[in-house]
Design a binder for this molecule. Sequence first.
Ligand code: PMP
Length: 343
Amino acid sequence: MKSDIKALIRPNILALSPYSTARDEYKGKIGVFLDANESPFENGYNRYPDPRQLTLKKRLSEIKRLPIENMFIGNGSDEAIDLMFRIFCIPGEDNAIAIAPSYGMYEVSAAINDVEMRKVLLNRDFSLPTDALLKAADSNSKLLFICSPNNPTGNSFEVDEILTLVKKFDGIVVVDEAYIDFSNKESLTGKLSDYPNLVVLQTMSKAWGMAGLRCGLAFASKEIIDYMNMVKYPYNINLSTIEKVTKLLDEPLDEHVNTIKVERENMSRRLKDFEFVKEVYPSDSNFILFKSDDGDALYNYLIGREIIVRNRSRVALCENCLRLTIGTPEENKRVIEALENYK
Ligand code: PMP
């Protein structure tokens, strides 16, 4: 573990003087705003939003029980993923490591930033290949991505195993917890104060039901969060999103999450009954990965029934596998009925 985070930051970012918004510069009581070249005519959206999203962060800080200084809000967690590369990886020189199969944006963001991505296959049972991940690292390895619960396999990894990686890897370990609310495992956010090289990603897009608003979260040491705030676009979260997310956070989460969990177990049981289903993998997420005798054929059949799932047939370790998101009880019933009429 490197506790000297500064040593991992790209020199151009260390030297950056960030853009300072009109509203950053003066913090006193204001009667007339003539500093930002906005329109003075009120329509609810004529003013720039708060670049630090303080009201939303205050609310999230209560829910997540974490200080505001350890929290970054992004335009989806995809923004936080991209920022990791921009802050830590020198293009054409540094590399990142990720488990595979996993969420596709780690690799895409690496490619966009001209950073080599070293993918390390999970073990056959989808467990964490801890030694192989550490072996893949060299002195230019700046980032290690672990997604838990993992997309598309659905399983989560043991907290202790992830922490072993955080301790032994000499760079930043990014743990993507996009699906954590569907899991019984504990979030790593509770460990942040012990590990300065740990970044935990979460999102409003899954359990919270706000994918359309684009709001992702990153939790890390104040030092890392400060760099993320320096590098992000000044107004990365729009006013409409700030307002709507703040409002929707008052809606209780448990009922929907519990429904998804119950439906996931039902769906898993039903899938196992079909002869053409060869394996149903255990899931801690809001989706199930299952293997059929012919992934493409089943995928095309479901499209013909106007049901779209994710075909993962050509992904390593997922041959003939489809990833099925858990829908409403009615939608799930429709899937089962379609499968009953297959073949
Ligand atoms: N992480 C994982 C593991 C995901 O599966 C997804 C989206 N499918 C994301 C992050 C992106 O989330 P967001 O909508 O917050 O960008």
